[in-house]
Design a protein around this ligand. Structure first.
Ligand SMILES: Nc1ncnc2c1ncn2[C@@H]1O[C@H](COP(=O)(O)OP(=O)(O)O)[C@@H](O)[C@H]1O
Ligand SMILES: Nc1ccn([C@@H]2O[C@H](COP(=O)(O)O)[C@@H](O)[C@H]2O)c(=O)n1
Length: 210
């Protein structure tokens, strides 16, 4: 197998990164893509109590174990299999389990800060930024965090004002300039999904022929 192609999908929280990645993944041949979520690499916080973990700033680069993330991406690039951490937003911590991630032809790297972090950015072959207005992002985040991440409305609003919004302005929005492609609206942008799927299928065809 040739070296994998790394496609980065970046954007603010609630922009639709996960939705677009899942859509692309469901439309390409089975088992041709591995997904590397930067969120899975939030630092292990087992030494802290739950109350202390609630106070962590999860939107700052310090919250992530980017060393391990970069090491794992490089392992995949070399053709090795990795043990990817599994993150549980409900307890603000990694679980004890890991999941095997294999070096497929296409590797999608997803996260808030993947374009901000130069050492991640430089490993990406194609960089896509999902650009969604702030009002839409916060509305989506309220619904998702209350339904899926067991958060109260008050906690979502407080977190948004104290860390999510400032980090978006400081780290995420300025990193948009590194994008090769800017996709509006996220997962329901079917034209963007179709373009990416077509590109990936063509890369796969060349990989099999090479
Ligand atoms: N185009 C869209 N229209 C409506 N809801 C969307 C759209 N894209 C994503 N969502 C919803 O918004 C929430 C956040 O989307 P998600 O893909 O998790 O964003 P991100 O990974 O960027 O934080 C999810 O509940 C998702 O179902
Ligand atoms: N324990 C945690 C860890 C992260 N978050 C928030 O998740 C956001 C990133 O995930 P997206 O799918 O929305 O990109 C980030 O903005 C963190 O605030 C959290 O709330 N709790």
């Amino acid at each position: 197998m040739r070296q994998p192609i790394f496609i980065g999908v970046c954007g603010g929280s609630g922009s639709g990164k996960t939705t677009i990645v899942n859509r692309i993944n469901s439309e390409v041949p089975e088992k041709s893509i591995s997904i590397m979520e930067h969120d899975a690499y939030y630092k292990d916080q087992s030494h802290l109590t739950y109350e202390q973990r609630c106070k962590t700033n999860y939107d700052h680069p310090f919250a992530f174990d980017t060393d391990l993330f970069v090491e794992h991406i490089k392992e995949l690039k070399k053709g090795s299999t990795i043990q990817k951490p599994i993150y549980d937003y409900g307890i603000h911590n990694r679980t004890k389990e890991t999941i095997i991630s294999e070096p497929k032809e296409i590797i999608i790297v997803e996260g808030l800060l993947i374009f901000y972090e130069e050492r991640i950015r430089e490993l990406l072959d194609i960089k896509i930024f999902v650009d969604t207005d702030a009002d839409i992002r916060i509305l989506r985040r309220i619904v998702r965090d209350m339904n899926e991440r067991k958060r109260s409305l008050d906690s979502v609003i407080n977190q948004y004002m104290s860390t999510v919004r400032p980090a978006h302005e400081q780290f995420i929005e300025p990193s948009k300039k590194y994008a090769d492609i800017i996709v509006t609206e996220g997962g329901n942008n079917l034209v963007a999904v179709d373009l990416m799927v077509t590109k990936i299928k063509s890369l796969l065809e060349h990989a099999y022929r090479a």
